[in-house]
Design a protein around this ligand. Structure first.
Ligand code: AMP
Length: 284
C-alpha cells in the first residue's frame, strides 16, 4: 500500500479515512510528531507498519507545549519534505491540522498528569507536559488507532503518555521505540539543526556523559557521586548549562541511587539557545 502520502487537515476527514480502513478489517498505527522529520521519526513509522496495516503520522507544532521563551516561532516547518519522507517510509496518511482545527474558539480543557510529569523536564518547562498530554489525548481520540508509537528519546513524555492513557481508559496500545542516534552517539532530533558546527561537535558529549554514568553504576558507584561529576564534565566540554542529569527507576521514574533494578539515566543540557535531551537505560 505504499505510494504518495495523503494529506488530511480536518478531524472529520481523518475519521472518514480510519473508518474506511476499519470497514476493510485493517488495523491502524498513529505516530504523533511535530514535523521536521528525521530517521528517528521514520523508525516509528516503520515499527508502526510492522504492528498494524495502515499508518497515520501527524505533524502539528503544538503551541500549548512551548513556554513563552521557547522556540515555538522558530521551530522548523517543512511539510513538503515531511510528506516525501513519510511516503518513502510507506506511511499512508499525513494528518496536518492547523491550530484552529486543534484548538477551536472556546477551547478550555487541559489534561494534566501528576507524579511522572513532575521533576526532570517538568521542573524546567512548566506546563509542557500538560500541553503534550492534552494534544496527544486529542490525537488519540481523533484517530482512535489500535496502536500509537512514541520514542524513548522523550522518555519522561512516554511515561506521561502511558500514565494518562491508562488513567483515562483510552483503548490504544502505547508502544515505545528505541532512540535512533547519529554515528557519534548524538540522539537524532529536529532541534539538532539549530546548532552551529562548533556546537554540533560538542553535542555528543551528552550521550558520552550518560554512558559514563552507566559504567559507573555498573562498577558499583552511586548516582549522588556520578551525576555531579558528569555535570562538570559537560560544562568543561563546552555546554553552556545543564538543566539536570539524574538517575531514576526505569518504570516509575522515582529517584534511584544504585544499580539494584532497571534504571534510566536522563539529562538535559544547553548549547547556546539549543536545549538537548537524552537518556539511556541500564540494567543490573
Ligand atoms: P517530535 O517531533 O520531536 O515531537 O517527536 C515525535 C516522536 O518521535 C516522539 O515520540 C519522539 O520521542 C520521537 N523521536 C524523536 N527523536 C527520536 C529519535 N532520535 N529516535 C526515535 N524516536 C524519536
Amino acid at each position: 500500500m505504499s505510494g504518495p502520502v495523503v494529506i488530511v487537515r480536518s478531524v472529520a476527514a481523518l475519521r472518514a479515512q480510519v473508518s474506511a480502513w476499519r470497514k476493510d478489517g485493517l488495523t491502524v498505527a498513529l505516530v504523533p510528531t511535530m514535523g521536521a522529520l528525521h530517521a528517528g521519526h521514520l523508525s516509528l513509522v516503520k515499527r508502526g507498519l510492522e504492528l498494524a496495516d495502515c499508518c497515520v503520522a501527524s505533524v502539528f507544532v503544538n503551541p500549548t507545549q512551548f513556554g513563552p521563551n521557547e522556540d515555538f516561532a522558530r521551530y522548523p516547518r517543512q511539510e513538503e519534505l515531511d510528506a516525501a519522507a513519510l511516503a518513502s517510509a510507506g506511511c499512508h496518511v499525513l494528518f496536518a491540522p492547523d491550530v484552529a482545527e486543534m484548538y477551536p474558539d472556546g477551547f478550555a480543557t487541559t489534561v494534566s498528569v501528576s507524579g511522572v510529569s513532575e521533576g526532570l523536564c517538568g521542573a524546567v518547562r512548566p506546563g509542557h507536559f500538560a500541553g503534550v498530554a492534552t494534544v496527544v489525548t486529542k490525537l488519540l481520540l481523533q484517530c482512535l488507532p489500535d496502536i500509537a508509537l512514541f520514542g524513548e528519546k522523550d522518555y519522561q513524555q512516554l511515561a506521561v503518555i502511558r500514565r494518562f492513557a491508562r488513567d483515562l481508559d483510552i483503548p490504544v496500545r502505547i508502544e515505545g521505540v528505541p532512540t535512533l542516534r547519529e554515528d557519534d552517539g548524538l540522539a537524532m532530533s529536529s532541534r539538532n539543526a539549530y546548532m552551529t558546527p562548533d556546537q554540533r561537535a560538542i553535542a555528543p558529549w551528552l550521550f558520552r556523559a550518560l554512558t559514563g554514568i552507566a559504567d559507573g553504576l555498573r562498577a558499583g558507584a552511586k548516582a549522588a557521586d556520578l551525576c555531579p561529576m558528569a555535570i562538570s564534565g559537560l560544562l568543561k566540554a563546552g555546554f553552556d548549562s545543564v538543566d539536570y542529569i539524574e538517575v531514576r527507576d526505569a518504570a516509575s521514574l522515582a529517584p534511584a541511587e544504585s544499580l539494584d533494578r532497571p534504571l534510566r539515566i536522563l539529562a538535559a543540557a544547553r548549547l547556546g539557545k539549543t536545549r538537548l535531551i537524552d537518556n539511556i537505560g541500564v540494567e543490573p
